[in-house]
Write a protein that binds this ligand. Sequence first.
Ligand SMILES: Cc1cc2nc3c(=O)[nH]c(=O)nc-3n(C[C@H](O)[C@H](O)[C@H](O)COP(=O)(O)OP(=O)(O)OC[C@H]3O[C@@H](n4cnc5c(N)ncnc54)[C@H](O)[C@@H]3O)c2cc1C
Length: 460
Amino acid sequence: MLTDRLRNEFVALLGEDRVHTDPAILALYASDETPKSCLPEAVLFPAGHDHAAGIVAIAAREKLPITPRGAGSGNVGGALPTPGSLVVSFECMNHILEFDPDNRLMVVEPGVVTDDIDELAATAGLMYAPDPGSGAYSRIGGNLAMNAAGPRAVKYGTTRDHVLGLRAVLGDGREIRTGSRTTKYATGYDLTRLLVGSEGTLALITEATLKLLPAPRRVATLRVCYASNRTACEAVIRAMRQPVVPYALEFMDHRSIEAIREYGAVEGLPYGTQAILMAEVEGDAEDIPRYLAALECALRGDGLLEIQSGFSPKEITHLWTARKSLSHAVKKIAPLKINEDVVVPVAKLADLVDAIDKLGHKHGLPLVAFGHAGNGNLHVNIMVHQNDADEMARARACRLELVETVLGLSGSLSGEHGIGSEKRPFVSLEFEPATLDLMRQIKTLFDPHGILNPGKKLPD
Ligand SMILES: Cc1cc2nc3c(=O)[nH]c(=O)nc-3n(C[C@H](O)[C@H](O)[C@H](O)COP(=O)(O)OP(=O)(O)OC[C@H]3O[C@@H](n4cnc5c(N)ncnc54)[C@H](O)[C@@H]3O)c2cc1C
């Protein structure tokens, strides 16, 4: 329990209504999307940068761990409290501070909902490119901390590629500002790119200057069916080798297709469909037919069963709703999904799906794979019943083999979900000891007392 003295100190800093120790409130902030929970000592709601800096100064003095939090939609335990920690929720720091269409930038607080940024940008013919499936509720601070991404990353990159600068609080309460308001910048070390993806372990992000791009003028969508996972992924490799970069290139295996059947978006598939690609191009109206023809040409090949185009806007929304529902829809296969978010160089994608099929058979477990194929990034879900000890043991073995396979294909543990608490055991498989040592030294420089999101990102 937080002592009365400390509670009073936080109340003096933030005000009574921004300091919560009521067990019912603590329970609401005890978990994220992972099936784990831990009650924090208190939940604090800073209203601005100075509040966040004041909280860290007190926590640093008292050596109290801090768990930063956006919407709690992360699926690796990043916002999962550690015992004795203070949850710092950025929900109330939800203001768009500046929208500057002339310089194509927006300055936001970390609690702004991701999709609201894109919606405001659209009013001036601009877009904020990162589009995670959780964008309707995730907060930009969480996106920055995880280097989130979505289907548009295949053409425009991840959150890290759309941040010009940051304001943040280090683990001893000091304020730093990184980057600039310009699209070119060659001064000092690039701390912006270091902080993006640091999962709240180096600093609390209190403000971000985001880069905006011209919004797409027109988008055209293809739904392409294949007879196997491998032939669909070979088509992805061909599509990524030709010059028209897709606006989206998403993959769903047969279990994913079954999981979203009730959405109606996969009706009338040709007999024998085992995998679907959703592919999009964007451009001016006169460019679209040429871009579509180039993409279609690349997508034709062994195993192709059907290419469908000419969808109405309603049908396209329907397709994307179904695709974005997958994260939850797969839970009908088994109650617990062990969600891996692996990424390989795109030319290795067909080898990855072969390996996933083999692992499923070897361990007798349903594996569901879908995701951002154009980036070589698949969400591989090992579906299990957590009460079945034998199944859980096979799932652990399967998970380790999946990670080893991905690293053997020159890939990485995570394309966008991050490491959090859940993937830490595997991090030392990916990095040499010297690289990990340097990361730990960086952590100590930014957070000398080790209070910022301990137990996350780096292995012990
Ligand atoms: C249905 C569903 C679909 C999803 N789709 C995608 C997807 O397409 N792409 C993708 O990348 N992810 C996806 N995710 C995962 C998740 O939504 C993202 O990781 C998102 O970025 C998390 O944002 P959040 O606001 O919920 O952050 P939280 O989960 O609250 O926190 C995430 C991390 O950020 C840290 N953090 C939060 N705010 C700050 C701050 N201001 N300063 C420092 N650290 C901070 C937290 O400590 C934690 O480590 C999905 C999740 C779900 C449930």
